[in-house]
Design a protein around this ligand. Structure first.
Ligand code: SAM
Length: 295
């Protein structure tokens, strides 16, 4: 069966940048259309030439490679724009997954579009989306909605305020976290969220040691004692807040600025700001302000 015929039924204009998602572990997770495009293009821009040439070798693809990474994205984009201006087609691949998702790609996209050329994204693997597809009822108390907050900050204080923001959000929150920080981060989550609020841990998706764990915060510390190795890549999630906003829904800093501004502007505007910053629904923030006034 010639599966490539489905990809060939579409035109792939010249002077276009194709954003191609690559596997997040299992090399079989690349689409037929992605392979077709990688075979058609005149060159492939990538984060790391050594890494990408071994990936492309696995598919029998050999093309000129050009490095575009977080440190040269804007200036290196000009090279791709020159190639597109010559009527070439180029692809961009990151080290793994979808370009632009906690990976370079956004600046390249902007520069290429700004220069008047088209950018065509191809669907494919993405760690957070793959993880969420297996989250089951984890999104139920946010009616299926979620927010992706990228990598957690490395500094403990900023990380904890991000955890707090997620814990008080009306939607489920998902993050990426580095393996050497995962244990400390899970401890911080256990300490900062409601005991019954659930945490989602997806490890090594599509790889041999793939594991998905969902458990309430109150069980995290026991579970941490059972984990044999933290090696691997992780997606983390925090379930939507089970609470109506009360004093405990806001951290100390948030409470301090709410109290400082209260009285300076109307409750309607203030509840809108509180909602934007903390993720607490506007109507709940409004009710909290009323309670605050009466207390
Ligand atoms: N662009 C990628 C995507 O579409 O998912 C993400 C790149 S980001 C630099 C790498 C992070 O994604 C890792 O630190 C980890 O948090 C997550 N990740 C990547 N592959 C994964 C996998 N197989 N299992 C779990 N998490 C993964």
């Amino acid at each position: 069966m010639d599966l490539f015929k489905y990809a060939q039924g579409q035109t792939f204009p010249v002077g276009t940048l194709y954003l191609v998602a690559t596997p997040i572990g299992n090399l079989a997770d690349i689409t037929i259309r992605s392979l077709h495009i990688l075979l058609q293009v005149d060159g492939i821009a990538c984060e790391d030439k050594r890494h990408s040439s071994s990936l492309l070798n696995a598919y029998g693809i050999s093309k000129p490679l050009y490095a575009i990474h977080e440190h040269n994205e804007k200036s290196a984009s000009q090279h791709i724009i020159e190639k597109l201006a010559q009527g070439e087609r180029w692809a961009y691949i990151s080290d793994a997954g979808t370009p632009g998702i906690s990976d370079p790609g956004a600046t390249l996209c902007n520069e290429v579009r700004g220069a008047g050329f088209s950018v065509v994204p191809l669907p494919g693997p993405c760690a957070v989306i793959t993880a969420i597809s297996a989250a089951g009822d984890f999104l139920n108390n946010s009616d299926g909605s979620f927010q992706f907050l990228g990598f957690l900050p490395t500094k403990a204080q900023q990380r904890d305020s991000m955890i707090n923001f997620a814990a008080n959000s009306k939607v489920a929150s998902f993050f990426y976290e580095a393996p050497h920080r995962i244990e400390a981060t899970l401890k911080a989550i256990a300490a900062n969220i409601a005991p019954t609020q659930r945490v989602f841990v997806a490890k090594e998706i599509t790889k041999i040691f793939e594991e998905i764990t969902i458990l309430p915060a109150e069980e995290i510390n026991r579970w941490l004692g059972e984990v044999k190795s933290w090696q691997g890549e992780y997606v983390l999630g925090i379930e939507a807040s089970p609470n109506k906003p009360t004093e405990s829904a806001f951290d100390e800093t948030t409470l301090a600025w709410i109290k400082a501004i209260d009285g300076e502007i109307g409750h309607k505007d203030l509840s809108e700001i509180i909602s934007k910053v903390t993720g607490v629904p506007k109507k709940d923030a409004y009710k909290y302000l009323l309670d605050l006034k009466q207390s």
